[in-house]
Design a protein around this ligand. Structure first.
Ligand code: 8YV
Length: 326
């Protein structure tokens, strides 16, 4: 008999078939209050779990006594109880390699859109406000040759540095736990303290995973250190920035603007103060959202689940070091 797995996201037909060659697939479209009881029922037999994010907490894991491998079609895994999975010896795999360039492209879309006020001025043009000249109060800021600071030099940070260096000839600062030799050698990136990065950068790109250490790493005090012409870009996880402090800083001119793809609460509440500000570009968490990349993320997640359930591993196992051997 084929082992049973729970699949809690829609994936392309060919990937689905690939799973079915190996497993009995019980499929759900997400996990929510309406289907939770059925998901829990299916988990009784499941040896594998594959989806994207979602609250994979202790309660859910408790319903899956036979679970041997978990795979998420996402880079982030902050919504997983990794400690509990590790305690039970269950490997968790993520899929970061598939989305690096696509997210870095979007970071640059936010850099350009915010500095050159692309969305705001596009809207004014559509509203018939353009009389043939660009008035001085429509002027924006240059991007090329400006200093770009990257907080979190992982795969995406490196791809942002590549675009900044090769495309826009920007000096690059970065703040990270360890030295990133490739970023330094290939893109002249310079490691510095968070304060120095905030003070010296024209663009501050925050591309950090969410953890107890990164929660609200950018708050009132950090925003106050930025240049008044500085622009903050956030495309990793929303709660690393104190959103109320950011709204205040954007309102009172502490910083020039912000380009955001992620928020403290998603979806963003309709009454969020961010929505009223002209100097913010808000996107609905679409960093990895191209058809090709989402397919590639799912394909990698399928490969990873197959690896996990055949007791093999690879670089995408996030808790390899902490797995309790049974
Ligand atoms: C997607 C992400 O929103 O990979 C992540 O961690 O945040 C994004 O790529 C997520 O994968 C949902 O499909």
């Amino acid at each position: 008999m084929k082992p049973s797995i729970v699949l809690y996201k829609k994936i392309a037909a060919d990937l689905h078939e690939r799973l079915e060659q190996h497993y009995k697939v019980v499929e759900f479209n997400g996990i929510n209050d309406a289907n939770r009881a059925q998901v829990f029922e299916a988990l009784k037999e499941a040896e594998g779990l594959l989806g994207s994010g979602g609250a994979i907490n202790k309660e859910l894991i408790d319903h899956a006594p036979r679970l041997r491998g978990v795979s998420t079609a996402s880079a982030g895994f902050d919504s997983f109880d990794v400690a509990e999975l590790s305690r039970r010896g269950i490997p968790l795999f993520n899929a970061p390699a598939a989305l690096t360039d696509t997210v870095a492209d979007l970071v640059f879309a936010l850099v350009l859109a915010t500095a050159r006020r692309v969305v705001e001025l596009s809207n004014l043009t559509k509203q018939g406000e353009w009389d043939g000249n660009a008035p001085t109060d429509w002027f924006g800021l240059d991007v090329h040759h400006k200093t770009l600071g990257i907080i979190g030099m992982g795969r995406i940070g490196l791809a942002v540095a590549q675009r900044a260096h090769l495309g826009f000839d920007m000096p690059i600062l970065y703040n990270a736990r360890s030295q990133h030799k490739e970023a330094e050698d290939r893109f002249n990136a310079r490691k510095c303290s968070l304060d120095t990065l905030l003070e010296e950068s024209d663009f501050v790109v925050v591309i950090l995973p969410l953890s107890d250490q990164t929660f609200h790493i950018i708050g009132k005090d950090q925003l106050a250190k930025m240049k008044s012409t500085g622009i903050l870009i956030s495309a990793g996880r929303g709660p690393v920035i104190d959103e109320q402090a950011l709204i205040q800083a954007l309102q009172d001119g502490t910083i020039y603007g912000a380009g955001l793809d992620v928020y403290e609460k998603e979806p963003m509440p309709n009454d969020s103060g961010l929505l009223k500000l002209p100097n913010v570009v808000t996107l609905p968490h679409i960093g990895s959202a191209t058809a090709q990349t989402r397919y590639d993320m799912d394909a990698l997640a399928v490969d990873n689940l197959i690896a996990a359930l055949s007791d093999s591993t690879n670089e995408f196992c996030v808790n390899a070091k902490d797995l309790k051997k049974s």
